[in-house]
Design a protein around this ligand. Structure first.
Ligand code: MN
Length: 287
C-alpha cells in the first residue's frame, strides 16, 4: 500500500546537529535553534537527547517558564518526569510523550529518568500565531499504546503522533499549525512514502542508522530540510534507519524571543518578564 504522492519533496539542505547542553547540564544535540539555523518557521527548536551515561542528563531541567509556543516531548527510550507549578505531575514513558501548548504560560520542571541507563528522546518547540499566544495552556499526553503503529510497506514501521496517513491518524488534535509528527523505522532498503501537506515546512531528523530522504543520503544525527511538495519518500540505509518526520504550517509573523518566552512584539516580551518577576505569570491551570 502506498499513498499517492504526485509531487514528492526533494531535500533543500542537510545539517549536522550541534552538540550542546541545556537545563542543569543535560547533554543534547540541537538541530534547530542554533547559530546556523535560528528557526525554521514555525519550528523554534529541535533537541535530541541521546546517551547511555546518566551523568549527562540526570540533573534535568529545573523549574522554568514557557509562554507563547508549544513544546513536544517524545521519549523513544527512558522516561521524563514532568511537574508543573499548579501541581500537575506525570511520567512520560518510553514510546510516549506530551504535546504541551504553553499558551499564556506554564512553569514546570522536566527530569529525565533512566531505564537501563538509556535515554533517547526529543523536544520540539513550535511557535503559536500571535492570536493564539495567550490561549489557555493545554496538555495532550501520549501513552505508548495510544500511538498508532502501521507498516505500510515491508520493513517499514511508522508511529503516528500527529497527522493522518495510510489509513491511520495520530492522537494529537486542535493544534494551530496543523502538524504532522511521525517516528519512522526502516529496515535496510525498505521504502515508504509519508504524505505531507503542501506548503508546510517539513524536516526529517535521522537518529539511528542512516536513510535516503527524497533521494539524498542523510547520516545519523543530521537534519534534512525539505523543499515543498505533497510527500516524502524514505528509504532505510545499509543498516536501516530511524527518523522523525515533522511538518507544520508556517506562521509568517514576526518572532521576538528570549529563552523560554516567544512572543510577537518587544512589549509582549517585556510583559512576560514582568509577569514572571511579579509571580503573576501563570494565569490559568493547564487542562
Ligand atoms: Mn520545559
Amino acid at each position: 500500500m502506498s499513498e499517492t504522492v504526485k509531487n514528492a519533496r526533494a531535500v533543500d539542505r542537510v545539517l549536522r546537529a550541534m552538540d550542546t547542553s541545556d537545563g542543569a547540564g543535560v547533554s543534547l544535540r540541537r538541530s534547530i535553534g542554533t547559530p546556523q539555523l535560528d528557526m525554521l518557521d514555525p519550528f523554534l527548536m529541535l533537541d535530541s537527547l541521546s546517551t547511555d551515561n546518566p551523568d549527562e542528563y540526570i540533573a534535568g531541567f529545573p523549574e522554568h517558564p514557557h509562554r507563547g509556543f508549544e513544546t513536544v516531548t517524545y521519549m523513544v527510550e527512558g522516561a521524563m518526569r514532568h511537574k508543573d507549578s499548579m501541581g500537575n505531575e506525570g511520567v512520560l514513558r518510553s514510546g510516549g510523550g506530551q504535546w504541551m501548548t504553553a499558551g499564556s504560560g506554564i512553569v514546570h520542571s522536566e527530569t529525565p529518568e533512566q531505564e537501563n541507563g538509556l535515554l533517547q528522546g526529543f523536544q520540539l518547540w513550535i511557535n503559536l500565531p500571535a492570536k493564539d499566544k495567550m490561549i489557555d495552556p493545554r496538555y495532550q499526553n501520549m501513552e505508548p499504546d495510544e500511538l498508532p503503529e502501521i507498516a505500510p510497506a515491508e520493513g517499514a514501521q511508522l508511529r503516528l503522533l500527529a497527522g493522518s496517513m495510510h489509513g491511520a491518524t495520530g492522537p494529537i488534535n486542535g493544534i494551530s499549525t496543523d502538524p504532522v509528527f511521525v517516528d519512522a523505522k526502516l529496515d535496510a532498503g525498505a521504502e515508504v512514502t509519508v504524505p505531507l501537506p503542501e506548503g508546510h515546512t517539513a524536516v526529517v531528523y535521522v537518529f539511528v542508522g542512516d536513510a535516503v530522504v527524497g533521494g539524498k543520503d542523510v547520516p545519523t544525527h543530521h537534519l534534512a530540510i525539505l523543499k515543498d511538495g505533497d510527500g516524502v519518500t524514505l528509504k532505510g540505509g545499509a543498516d536501516g534507519g530511524r527518523m522523525l518526520v515533522i511538518a507544520a504550517r508556517p506562521i509568517h509573523e514576526q518572532v521576538v524571543r528570549y529563552g523560554p518566552f516567544v512572543m510577537s512584539s518587544k512589549q509582549e516580551l517585556m510583559q512576560a518578564f514582568d509577569d514572571y518577576q511579579r509571580g503573576t505569570f501563570v494565569r490559568k491551570a493547564a487542562s
